[in-house]
Design a protein around this ligand. Structure first.
Ligand SMILES: [Zn+2]
Ligand SMILES: [Zn+2]
Length: 173
């Protein structure tokens, strides 16, 4: 959704609370696409802090479905966001030093883009369905949390082969 700040900038009041929500149904970072499982409406608190200058504050949370790094089963990851930012509209060309805010277009704030940026930097680097996830069998792809496929996955150190023989003999007894 877009929020138009012209009313706040031209009106007599210095503060408006905008009800906001996220339209996106998945977070697509260009490589991966994570479905949005839960999102809740939130409020963007906006304060006029100068001519064409608005401070925005909001917080909320979004739950994404992200595959486990090891077994690829979807994991629900809850990500909180907390924004406190100052937006300057009508910036002149010489303001190049200020970073470009891609969620601002004219006098509009693109809520999805703002939150997208927040979520993107907050996705944990490591996603595991559980600490001791056994992952997938590199031979046949079976999810080892669910079943044992019986593949020989040991890339054995030659020095270990003696022990392997002992083990095999042991099993045959
Ligand atoms: Zn897993
Ligand atoms: Zn296997």
């Amino acid at each position: 959704m877009l929020i138009d700040f012209r009313e706040l900038l031209s009106g007599s009041g210095n503060e408006i609370s905008y009800p906001a929500n996220i339209d996106m149904t998945s977070l697509d970072d260009g490589v991966n696409k994570y479905p949005v499982i839960r999102k809740e409406p939130f409020v963007i608190q906006a304060y006029k802090t100068g001519k064409d200058k608005v401070q925005i504050q909001c917080e909320g949370s979004v739950t994404l479905s992200i595959p486990c790094d090891r077994c690829l089963e979807p994991v629900e990851i809850n990500i909180d966001f907390n924004v406190d930012d100052v937006i300057e509209f009508n910036k002149t060309e010489s303001d190049e030093e200020q970073e470009e805010k891609d969620y601002i277009d004219g006098y509009n704030l693109d809520v999805d883009r703002l939150i997208f940026g927040e979520l993107l930097v907050s996705i944990p680097g490591k996603i595991l369905c559980r600490e001791d996830c056994k992952g997938l069998c590199p031979v046949c792809g079976t999810n080892l949390n669910v079943a044992e496929c019986g593949c020989d996955r040991d890339v054995l150190d030659p020095r270990m082969s003696v022990f392997k023989d002992i083990l095999n003999n042991f099993k045959e007894v």
